[in-house]
Design a binder for this molecule. Structure first.
Ligand code: SF4
Length: 232
């Protein structure tokens, strides 16, 4: 089996494993886990916060209103969807019931930390050239530190520990929740942030990941061990 096929099979196995995960309380309340989607070797990995109500029911990321807004941005920027891998920092939906409505709740830091190894495994298998963090939870998960999104948005940030390039911007749900009078301004500013990744998207083709790479960090090594465990 080629390395790409092996990595694709490992991602599928991880997806099944997250569904059974109960390493934090969220797994017990959600309908199912929502794992990432996209090709191994995608140019960009786009990381959101957690699945929303629609994603939880569909079992797929970025299919709710925020995901549709992201799709509009992708179309506007002329990016091709097959060069993207989309996922979330937290794999189960966190919500509170208000009547019959399930209202989104921001995951606690301990929940994002419990879930981080799944994201680390995705990064290790997909090996994208850059990352887009949508919102503070994703940015913290990717950079390993608290991130002030409004201060650090719209430029590549290189994580010295891992060598990863991360572009931070708002989560699309922040645009949907924002002041309607400011929506057009916020949309243009968001597109401007995302467009920083356009040169990478336009030049690069989806690459084959390297067949064997030493773990860049202890976390990456942990991810590799976990992938092996899941595959066994
Ligand atoms: S949110 Fe993450 S850590 Fe928590 S149960 Fe789900 S997969 Fe496991």
């Amino acid at each position: 089996m080629s390395h790409r096929n092996e990595a694709t099979a490992a991602l599928k196995a991880l997806s099944v494993a997250t569904d059974a995960c109960r390493e934090c309380p969220l797994g017990a309340y959600a309908t199912q886990s929502v794992f990432g989607e996209g090709p191994v070797g995608a140019v960009l990995m786009v990381v959101g916060e957690q699945p929303g109500d629609k994603e939880d029911l569909a079992g797929r990321p970025f299919v709710g209103p925020a995901g549709k807004l992201f799709d509009r941005a992708v179309a506007k920027l002329g990016w091709s969807r097959e060069k993207l891998y989309v996922t979330n920092a937290v794999k189960h939906f966190k919500y509170e019931l208000r009547g019959k409505r399930r209202v989104h709740k921001t995951p606690a830091q301990r929940e994002a930390e419990a879930c981080h190894h799944w994201l680390e495994s995705e990064m290790e298998l997909v090996q994208p050239r850059g990352y887009v963090a949508l919102g503070a939870t994703a940015a913290r998960s990717l950079l390993g530190r608290p991130v002030a999104v409004m201060k650090e948005r719209g430029r590549w940030i290189e994580d010295e520990a891992t060598g990863r390039r991360v572009l931070v911007t708002l989560h699309p749900s922040a645009l949907l929740r924002g002041d309607p009078a400011q929506r057009e301004v916020a949309w243009k500013a968001w597109l401007k942030d995302l467009s920083v990744a356009s040169s990478l998207m336009k030049k690069a083709s989806v690459k084959q990941p390297a067949a064997k790479r030493p773990p860049a960090t202890p976390a990456a090594g942990h991810a590799r061990r976990r992938v092996r465990m899941v595959m066994e």
